[in-house]
Ligand binder design. Structure first.
Ligand code: UDP
Length: 324
């Protein structure tokens, strides 16, 4: 089998490519390296430096490699940046994905796995969140992801493009090998920020609000290990072969941790002092986001393997000695 992976130099994409190696699967990575890292791409993969906005070269690469399935990670994914610069997000995420979906249709690839997000639910009506809850995005980033899901749905109806859209909760952690991990610039995510504070790269963690209606007043999120996410993508491809209908599926652990809980666990795991300060709420943060992952369990035969402490310790292993 041959799988083409866009964004294979990025955080989740590189962990997925890493998982594929040694499985008798040919892997082609397409990435423009604008936010990804060349060093993150496994040496067994064929690498094509192509921007998904460049339709001609994208089509050329797809026609040349003729993949059996496409897994699409390439996207911009900073909520704050999407609010300030929606043009960038609609262009890169929506136009870029449309190019890719169009090229797939053109050359007859009809198995597509899409990297989506729980932020499509906005402020959820009910916790845990199942896939049948209403989509109600509250920022441009989430709007772009929902738009792409709609394009996929229309392409399925009209042309039989079968897709699995995986709505991730909070991706975190690193491969236990320590060879790949999370490296964003700037880094907006909680766990890396907490660990950089443990390493004294930051003075303190700013905790965005402690007046939410949660046990300690800070926001609760469902952190899921990046290798558990990666594994679900492979199972999604199996599903497309074995069952073959399109699905939207949540990927989370069903467990929630507050911001202060993450800081306290990180203090225990690292043995370091981690200073923090409570500041104003960050705009657009729902109090609690926790997944109902029953559908993933049922359809994909998937369940998360990494605990929250394993998530933090694999991330700690990486952040002490990042390779890029
Ligand atoms: N958070 C925080 N301080 C930070 C970064 C994040 O208090 O410096 C909080 C944020 O408000 C949210 C949680 O940590 O409740 C997870 O945020 P992150 O940006 O990692 O992921 P998000 O849930 O926004 O996708």
């Amino acid at each position: 089998m041959k799988i083409l992976v866009t964004g294979g130099a990025g955080y989740i994409g590189s962990h997925f490519v890493n998982l594929l190696t040694g499985k008798n699967i040919d892997v082609v990575v397409i990435d423009n390296l604008c936010r990804g890292h060349k060093e993150a791409i496994h040496s067994n993969a064929i690498f094509e430096k192509i921007d998904i906005l460049d339709y001609d070269n994208l089509l050329k690469a797809l026609s040349f490699h003729k993949p059996d399935a496409v897994v699409h990670f390439a996207a911009f994914a900073y909520v704050g940046e999407s609010v300030e610069n929606p043009l960038l997000y609609y262009n890169n995420n929506v136009v870029g994905s449309f190019n890719l979906i169009k090229a797939c249709k053109e050359i007859g690839v009809n198995k597509f796995v899409f990297s989506s997000t729980c932020s499509i639910y906005g402020n959820p009506e009910k916790i845990p969140i199942s896939e049948d809850q209403k989509s109600n995005p509250i920022n441009p980033y989430a709007n772009t992801k929902l738009t792409i899901e709609k394009i996929l749905n229309d392409f399925d109806d009209a042309y039989g493009m079968k897709y699995i859209s995986l709505r991730y909760f909070n991706a975190a952690g690193a491969d236990p090998s320590g060879l790949i991990g999370e490296s964003h610039l700037p880094e907006p995510h909680l766990i890396p920020i907490v660990l950089e504070t443990a390493l004294q790269k930051r003075e303190k963690v700013f905790v965005f609000g402690n007046d939410y209606s949660t046990n300690d007043g800070t926001c609760i999120r469902d952190y899921i290990h990046v290798n558990d996410l990666a594994d679900a993508h492979l199972k999604a491809i199996d599903y497309l072969y074995e069952v073959g209908d399109s699905q939207i599926i949540n990927l989370g652990t069903g467990a929630g941790n507050s911001v202060l809980d993450i800081i306290n666990r990180a203090i225990n795991i690292t043995g370091k002092k981690i200073n923090y300060q409570i500041v104003e709420r960050r705009a657009g943060d729902p109090a609690i986001l926790v997944a109902d992952f029953t559908k993933a369990e049922k359809l994909l035969n998937w369940k998360p393997e990494f605990s929250i402490d394993q998530i933090i310790s694999t991330a700690w292993n990486w952040h002490q000695n990042p390779k890029f």
